[in-house]
Design a protein around this ligand. Structure first.
Ligand code: NAD
Length: 512
């Protein structure tokens, strides 16, 4: 039966049924068939969601810290219990294999667990006696209604980088997930309701650019968290900041893995294959460029080739599958286009995923097997563009210096990794590389929830990374209070009065 996905506003589904309602199809990537439709919000639906969030804000921000934490604990239990179902929902629309989808739910849950500690995270500072009988303190307070705009590739985890922390801090949220795989967001909204979150604290509007524009224009939206491609991130940052909103906009990536001559080559080949082809390369932390030092490049390629030959590509819900289809037909065709342009521009197609066998699924599914272009140079479009699919580019460099120079010249700075057995080389790499998240013999160095996630350069517009203490800072603003309490009623001293002065001190306040 074909499904229909609609918004979630004020604690319940919001049926925007009307003759002029815009809708988009949701595909089953494994068969290429239309599996359902999703409503696309315009200004009216966005207005309804923001109004619900605004109405819920005063009571939620005044809910005690332990009251908020109890809702988060219940939500954590419900998501953990329902993670299998959520993983199947994600796999059906995104295409990734169910075990990988369960992994993204688990990583999202770690942020919920971090946010359960909100009473500790929201402690302000207090200084006694900054002046005689004067104390000073700071209070972190929520911002109000915050918007979360998220990409297709992690329909549960990326929203969970944002909303648990935002809600724990006392804000109310309007989430605009990707229209390509919208169902996970609605399931999360239902679980929030079951956990006892008051109506209106968490809302979901589906849609495309029209919904995003309406959120950016809305004067009651105080902050915007965005994750997606670099051109959209750049434009959202500029628009939201120009309207006075606080904004963090995480963009695209080109993640390099540098393999030095003393690396464990089996570990490096395992890492290149799992980080290059897991989730069909549709991860912002996927490795897309293998930078091999010349002495080991041929051997590394052979070890990658052996592993790729054994990879099982098939539908996400088939337990035998290790890699699923791509998210849409257009995206599959765009990614496959880089195999042709790479060869045209002088690269060698060492592994051609177009001929990789597919287990089951439909002939019209959005399939592309794991591929590798060798002898890629920095000028080729397969290197300059973010491919976001199962295509590894191999570049060859003489040594660590050349590898660092190549990585630092790239405009993106999301994640990177070095594979080596030399601690001094690894330390130099971590010190000099201009990238926000660095792995040492770890291919996908996604920070734990209590650190913060975010890249440098064209991978992040704004100052704050997501979750961890940077997330708490992003979703709060600090008020500094200076307070004086006199022990007993006082007036001008007798000496001041005798001197004929008013007793009011017009000097600039100083401590003493
Ligand atoms: P996208 O930029 O196309 O879409 C992201 C969100 O923005 C979606 O909700 C979409 O509906 C909306 N959107 C799309 N075009 C828009 C426009 N012109 N104006 C306003 N809103 C628009 O990204 P995607 O294809 O869904 O996701 C893949 C991209 O996300 C890749 O570039 C990937 O690197 C990036 N990504 C980055 C991170 C990170 O942490 N830096 C994490 C995940 C994904």
């Amino acid at each position: 039966m074909s499904k229909h996905v609609t918004h979630w506003i004020g604690g319940k589904p919001f049926d925007a049924a009307g003759a002029d309602q815009r809708r988009a199809d949701i595909a089953d990537p494994a068969t290429g068939a239309v599996a359902g439709t999703v409503d696309l919000a315009g200004p009216a639906e966005v207005d309804a969601a923001v109004a619900a969030a605004r109405a819920a804000f005063p009571a939620w921000r005044d809910t005690s810290l332990s009251g908020r934490a109890s809702v988060l604990f219940r939500f954590r239990e419900l998501v953990a219990a329902g993670s299998g179902e959520l993983a199947r929902i994600i796999s059906a629309e995104h295409g990734k294999v169910v075990s990988d989808a369960a992994g993204e739910v688990a990583r999202g849950l770690e942020v919920v667990e971090f946010a359960c500690g909100i009473p500790h995270l929201l402690k302000g500072a207090f200084s006694e006696n900054v002046s005689s009988r004067v104390d000073a303190y700071s209070i972190p307070q929520p911002l109000g209604v915050v918007a979360a705009i998220t990409p297709f590739n992690f329909p549960a985890m990326v929203p969970m980088w944002m909303f648990p922390v935002a809600i724990a801090c006392g804000n109310t949220v309007v989430l605009k997930p990707s229209e390509k795989d919208p169902s996970a967001a609605v399931r999360l909204a239902e679980l929030w309701a079951q956990a006892g979150l008051p109506d209106g604290v968490f809302n979901v509007v589906h849609g495309d650019r029209a919904a995003v524009d309406a959120l950016l224009e809305h004067r009651d939206v105080k902050a915007v968290s965005f994750v997606g491609s670099t051109p959209v991130a750049r434009s959202i940052y500029a628009t939201a900041a120009a309207r006075g909103k606080r904004v963090q906009a995480l963009g695209g990536a080109k993640n390099h893995m540098l393999v030095l001559p003393d690396a464990d080559l089996d570990a490096a080949a395992d890492a290149a294959v799992s980080a290059g082809f897991g989730s069909a390369g549709e991860r912002c932390m996927a490795i897309s460029a293998v930078v091999a030092t010349e002495p080991i490049a041929d051997e590394l390629l052979e070890r990658i080739r052996e592993r790729v030959a054994r990879l099982r590509v098939g539908p996400g819900d088939d337990e035998r599958s290790e890699m699923g289809p791509l998210v849409t037909r257009e995206h599959r065709d765009r990614v496959a286009g880089y195999l042709e342009s790479g060869v045209r521009e002088g690269a060698t197609l060492a592994i051609d995923g177009r001929t990789h066998p597919v287990l089951g699924g439909g002939a019209d599914g959005f399939w592309l097997g794991p591929s590798l272009l060798d002898h890629v140079t920095p000028q080729m479009s397969c290197y300059t563009d973010e491919i976001f699919g199962p295509v590894l580019s191999m570049l060859r460099v003489p040594d660590l210096d050349a590898g660092l120079e190549l990585i630092n010249a790239n405009p993106y700075g999301n994640g990177t990794a070095v594979f080596t057995g030399d601690g001094a080389a690894a330390r130099r790499f971590q010190n000099e590389v201009e990238v926000g998240m660095v792995g040492i013999n770890v291919p996908i160095p996604v920070p734990m929830a209590y650190y913060s996630f975010g890249g440098w350069k064209d991978s992040l517009f704004g100052d704050s990374h997501m979750h961890g203490t940077e997330g708490v800072h992003f979703y709060t603003r600090t008020k500094a209070v200076t307070a004086r309490w006199r022990a007993a009623a006082g007036g001008p001293s007798a000496a001041t009065a005798a001197a004929g002065r008013s007793g009011v001190n017009l000097g600039f306040p100083t401590s003493g």
